[in-house]
Design a protein around this ligand. Structure first.
Ligand SMILES: NC(=O)c1ccc[n+]([C@@H]2O[C@H](COP(=O)([O-])OP(=O)(O)OC[C@H]3O[C@@H](n4cnc5c(N)ncnc54)[C@H](O)[C@@H]3O)[C@@H](O)[C@H]2O)c1
Length: 261
């Protein structure tokens, strides 16, 4: 698909980090971008800077996503590009041992479910509703391509660390659904690709002390630094433009393999 004027995109989690960088890169190519996020202040700021549209939306709600898609489509036309970046991370082990009392406490189901709901079910909710809109569009490319969906998993889908059970399970689900969704939509010319980022310098990392950020960066074989969100956004742009990429999960990680902790 050739990027340019007349195309529109939906980017979830677009108020921050990888999603905001993606919005900037797509907007620079002339794409009209709608940002779906819970963070209204930062979302409006990014929308203003990219000439896009902010839609306050919880990706876990079918109704909220339907309403946000309706708003975005009425302003920009139906999206040809959907990028799922909304996500959260928590750190909790399968069983917690209290240091003082020795008491053993299983991972609470509430926080486990919350991570699965936002990262996995939220991504599916957005991609399935977005795909339904794309399928009703006329083909755009000589091969009959109608649109492209990019999901964001994590290298934790493959090498989840200690305390990452909920996060790794959610991202593993995103990676595992990539091929079946691509197969479901192939007959109608919608491609699906998932990126597995390694360690990227986003607001998630900005709160860490400098020495810990430096140590994380140094753990990456090459280049030995945290990834720049622009590098993630550049891969999204390439996925949009390269019609042969479909049904695949791509690690973007400088060859890092996460240690157990
Ligand atoms: N930064 C990294 O190193 C890294 C590595 C691997 C994977 N990822 C994944 O990339 C994605 C983006 O991460 P980031 O680092 O940019 O994080 P971030 O915290 O900077 O941005 C995430 C955005 O998602 C939004 N969000 C959270 N829950 C939402 C919901 N229910 N509905 C709508 N929006 C919601 C937040 O408001 C925020 O703006 C996440 O899925 C994350 O798991 C990030």
């Amino acid at each position: 698909m050739q990027l340019g004027d007349g195309l529109s995109a939906v980017v979830t989690g677009g108020a921050s980090g990888l999603g905001a960088a993606t919005a900037r890169v797509l907007a620079a190519e002339g794409v009209k971008v709608a940002l779906f996020d819970l963070d209204e202040a930062r979302g409006r700021e990014v929308a203003e800077r990219t000439g896009g549209l902010f839609c306050r939306c919880d990706v876990t709600s079918a109704d909220a996503v339907a309403a946000a898609l309706e708003q975005a489509r009425s302003e920009h036309g139906t999206e040809r590009i959907t990028v799922n970046c909304a996500g959260i991370a928590i750190g909790k082990r399968t069983v917690r041992r209290d240091r003082e009392t020795g008491a053993l406490e299983p991972h609470d189901l509430e926080s486990f479910s919350k991570v699965i709901h936002i990262n996995l079910i939220g991504s599916f909710n957005v991609l399935s509703q977005s795909a339904a809109g794309m399928l009703a569009l006329e083909p755009l490319t000589p091969d009959g391509g109608r649109g492209v969906i990019v999901n964001t998993a994590s290298v934790a889908a493959q090498d989840g660390q200690l305390g990452q059970v909920a996060y790794a399970a959610s991202k593993g689900g995103v990676a595992a659904m990539t091929l079946p969704v691509a197969r479901d939509l192939a007959g109608d010319g919608v491609r699906v690709v998932t990126i597995l980022p390694g360690l990227f310098d986003t607001p998630m990392f900005a709160t860490l002390p400098d020495d810990i950020r430096d140590a994380l960066g140094a753990s990456v074989p090459f280049p030995s630094r945290l990834g720049d969100p622009q590098e993630y956004a550049a891969l999204v742009r390439h996925i949009c433009e390269n019609d042969m990429l479909n049904g695949e999960c791509i690690r973007l990680d400088g060859a890092v393999r996460l240690a157990p902790k």
